[in-house]
Ligand binder design. Structure first.
Ligand code: SIN
Length: 402
């Protein structure tokens, strides 16, 4: 990243029309170099007619006026700073580059939101800020992203909340099975004290939580047989994201769980290292898990969402005006993203149905009740892991809708 230097010429061209001083009117009228010539001409004229003292006074007055005006312009004129990030005025190489790494496909809720953010930021800063999006683990995969963010190799990531448990196990409250009946309940929790506490604690790790993005609710695929009853899980192995809650969830149902990075899942399903996995429809569809799996159960048993993260030091050192544009754009993209996520998952489910590779079972209310009942001990184990500070929240989620 090269920091842009603000020179007099740039300031003149960016801000002159806002300054109510005569000198600036003259800059606008004559241009800066003409103004300098004007002052030289004045010098000759004054020497001829009134002598050296008057000349010096005029020159000093002009110079002081120019300096005071430029200082005034730089520090006080509203809107002037904003124009400093006008891409038209910036030489090649003078830009802020933000590398945004993520692990999913471009046409998923996260992939689309990251690209929309990049496009809007480019428009709104005239190219001064370039967000480069690296999808599909093309830069870093799960397990590498946090370190890359901390050491400054990338500036933004958006890991699934389950992966946040590697930093802080309390994030696993979002993994609890059947804790939320809809996305509104997830948003309410994350907008409340629990969400604020989780975000605040990220600062201790040098990270800044900028937004929460949705994907949606998880479904389960496998290669052996339809999953409807709890007994159907027996002796199967499922890939999970790195979260004790997710491991316990499958163990509680009689299966084994194997944590592995997202980028390895397709291959593991294809070569039989695992029998199945849990994911949102958009991830199942875009990773083409349907080509290596036979059965899909629509269970909506858990949530996948993302924390949009930056390195606090990087973010806090951005020029204030840039940070404001990025943060306002993120708010706007988050609202858009939360609507888009549901639409994308619905469309991809229709596609999966059309392609007909997977035999789809929709969990009945009775089956769901049995799964829910069987999974209750997972809550108690998380309560033990994260301690009394989270007891009320976990109890609330355990009783939610039951
Ligand atoms: C993601 O949606 O970012 C990845 C989910 C997974 O690892 O299964």
């Amino acid at each position: 990243m090269t920091k842009m230097t603000i020179n007099i010429k740039m300031v003149k061209s960016l801000c002159s029309y806002q300054i109510p001083f005569r000198i600036i009117t003259n800059i606008r009228k004559y241009g800066y170099s003409e103004l300098i010539k004007l002052s030289r001409h004045t010098k000759q004229h004054e020497v001829d007619s009134m002598g050296r003292r008057v000349t010096v006074t005029v020159i000093v007055t002009v110079i002081v006026t120019v300096i005071v005006t430029l200082l005034f312009l730089l520090f006080t004129v509203p809107g002037c700073g904003k124009r400093v990030i006008d891409g038209q005025q910036i030489a090649k190489g003078e830009k802020i580059v933000i590398k945004f790494s993520h692990v999913v496909a471009e046409n998923t809720p996260k992939g689309l939101a990251a690209q929309r953010f990049a496009d809007l930021v480019r428009q709104r800063t005239g190219g001064y800020v370039e967000v480069q999006v690296f999808p599909n683990s093309s830069l870093y995969k799960d397990g590498e992203e946090f370190e890359a963010l901390q050491n400054g190799s990338v500036q933004m990531i958006a890991p699934a909340t389950s992966k946040m448990s590697m930093l802080d196990p309390a994030w696993q409250i979002l993994d609890l099975p059947y804790a939320f009946r809809n996305l509104t309940e997830v948003h309410a929790m994350m907008d409340g004290t629990a969400g604020r506490k989780l975000f605040a604690r990220l600062e201790e790790q040098g990270m800044l939580g900028l937004a929460m993005w949705d994907n949606g609710f998880k479904q389960i695929t496998n290669n052996q047989h339809p999953l409807a009853q709890v007994k159907d899980f027996k002796d199967l192995t499922f890939r999970v994201m790195p979260s004790k809650v997710l491991e316990n969830q499958f163990k509680q149902l009689g299966a084994a769980a194997l944590p592995m990075p997202f980028s390895d899942v397709h291959q593991a399903l294809a070569d039989g290292s695992v029998d199945g996995e849990e994911n949102t429809i958009s991830n199942i569809y875009t990773q083409r898990f349907d080509q290596v799996q036979k059965y899909l159960t629509i269970s909506n048993h858990g949530y996948i969402g993302y924390v949009v993260l930056s390195n606090s030091e990087f973010w806090n050192n951005l020029p204030a005006e840039v940070r404001k544009i990025l943060e306002e754009t993120l708010i706007e993209v988050t609202v858009w993203q939360q609507r888009k996520a549901e639409e994308v998952n619905n469309n991809h489910l229709e596609e999966l149905k059309k392609q007909g590779q997977l035999k789809i079972h929709l969990l009945s209310p009775d089956e769901e009740k049995m799964w829910q009942q069987e999974l209750l001990p997972v809550y108690d184990r998380l309560a033990l892991e994260v301690g009394p500070e989270w007891a009320d929240i976990i109890r609330g989620l355990k009783n939610n809708g039951r």
